[in-house]
Design a protein around this ligand. Structure first.
Ligand code: FAD
Length: 392
């Protein structure tokens, strides 16, 4: 495990990405109506080759991309991350036909992906999900039978019925990775991942209006037909698909948070250096200077943990779940502290609609809840610690 410092080429790449985000992506984000999929922005991410890299980059590279984009344009960061979250199950578990149909389009930014796990009754406790995949009654022609005929090796057609909620990119995505219950009462062991194109009959959705401008919505499934060709991975093994995806993306949620924290810190350094107060500048007040030092200290500490967790993932280390949980927890909580403190040091202007910090203050809240709330991360860390313990 490296004691972290980035290679000069990685540092240069991050600077280049921050500049690209400011020059090419932020104008597209500013032009669009908030709360909807911004297709020109997604297409530009594709043209810049960033979406392709979701499938070739390792976890550390993913973190560096997310952190750099977030520093200059949170909307671009989020659009990139959601393409990755929705399409990673296809990349990692898809059949050649599924991969060929969707991954090139995701990579060029012409198809929008989404990851549909959460339900109104199953958020943190995702294994309690209840969207049903019911085997479709197959009636052999001319038999007159009205009983379902089971294929010898299990059903090959299902109907999906139920709801998903708080699904980013819904209802505007082009396809959804949907986690559905194939075996009732089996908890995590009875869930299957399906690739569901948005135009399947019976699939509808509505947009949700959130605190931060995020394309997000609810989905309703009314007997949506799916077949064995739509399964991602294996039947009843979909929870592994979900958790494998989250293990990769968790440290990178931390990286997103770090990009926002760094942007807030940079703004604070500039503001406290300019602002006249009590015969000097704000930075001359020792309590202000120490507060800025604390913001930087905590941001750098969280950054080390995010990079280390991503490197552990890339190296196939055995303690990825613990490290990923620690990184996501520390970085998202740190970013909340840093952005809130930045607002405090800016005073009233930070709360004016349209100010960078007003934007970050709204954006920084959700990552402490999604992809496992902070309390859930603590639960994972504790479980892993006790699993390693040999009690004499
Ligand atoms: C902006 C945004 C985008 C999202 N995008 C997606 C998406 O693309 N796909 C998707 O599937 N979902 C998405 N979600 C949903 C998200 O994953 C859930 O909100 C999250 O899993 C928490 O579930 P919940 O909101 O139902 O809260 P609940 O599960 O009801 O939990 C509420 C609170 O209870 C506490 N709590 C819960 N469990 C524990 C525990 N084990 N120990 C201690 N305390 C606990 C925590 O404080 C938690 O915040 C998104 C959410 C947001 C806000």
């Amino acid at each position: 495990m490296p004691a972290f410092s980035l290679e000069p080429s990685q540092t240069a790449r991050c600077a280049e990405l921050r500049a690209l985000a400011a020059e090419r992506l932020r104008p597209l984000a500013e032009k669009a109506e908030p709360g909807h999929v911004n297709r020109p922005l997604v297409a530009e991410l594709g043209r810049l080759g960033l979406l392709e890299r979701l499938f070739t980059a390792g976890a550390l590279d993913l973190c560096l991309m997310r952190e750099s984009l977030a520093h200059a344009c949170t909307e671009a960061e989020t659009a990139l991350a959601l393409q990755g979250l929705g399409a990673h199950p296809v990349h990692a578990h898809g059949t050649p036909a599924q991969r060929e149909r969707w991954l090139p389009a995701v990579g060029e930014g012409s198809a929008v992906a989404a990851f549909a796990l959460s339900e109104p009754g199953a958020g943190s406790d995702a294994a309690a999900l209840s969207l049903r995949a019911e085997p479709e009654a197959a009636t052999p022609a001319g038999s007159g039978a009205d009983q379902p005929v089971a294929a010898p090796d299990g059903p090959s057609r299902w109907r999906l019925t139920g709801e998903k909620c708080w699904i980013s990119n819904a209802p505007e995505a082009d396809f959804y990775t949907v986690f559905a219950r194939t075996t009732p009462g089996a908890g995590a062991r009875g869930v299957t991942a399906f690739l569901v194109p948005a135009d399947r009959p019976g699939l509808t959705g509505t947009a949700l209006d959130m605190l931060s401008p995020h394309p997000i919505g609810a989905l309703a499934f009314d007997a949506v037909p799916v077949s064995a060709d739509d399964v991602l991975g294996e039947v009843d093994r979909g929870f592994r698909v979900a958790m494998g995806t989250l293990n990769l993306f968790r440290p990178s949620v931390g990286a997103f948070a770090l990009g926002m924290a760094q942007a807030a810190l940079d703004a604070t350094l500039a503001h406290t250096s300019r602002r006249d107060a009590f015969g000097g500048k704000l930075r001359d007040l020792q309590s202000v200077a120490h507060t800025v030092a604390e913001m930087a200290l905590r941001t750098d500490a969280a950054r080390l943990m995010v990079y280390a967790a991503a490197t552990a993932y890339d190296e196939g280390a055995p303690d990825v779940p613990k490290r990923a949980a620690m990184a996501k927890l520390l970085a998202t909580e740190t970013a909340q502290y840093v952005v809130d403190t930045a607002v405090q040091l800016h005073g009233a202007r930070a709360l004016e609609r349209g100010h960078l910090l007003e934007h970050l203050y709204r954006e920084v809240r959700a990552p402490r809840i999604y992809e496992g709330a902070s309390e859930v991360q603590r639960g994972i860390i504790a479980k892993e610690l006790y699993a390693d313990l040999e009690v004499p």
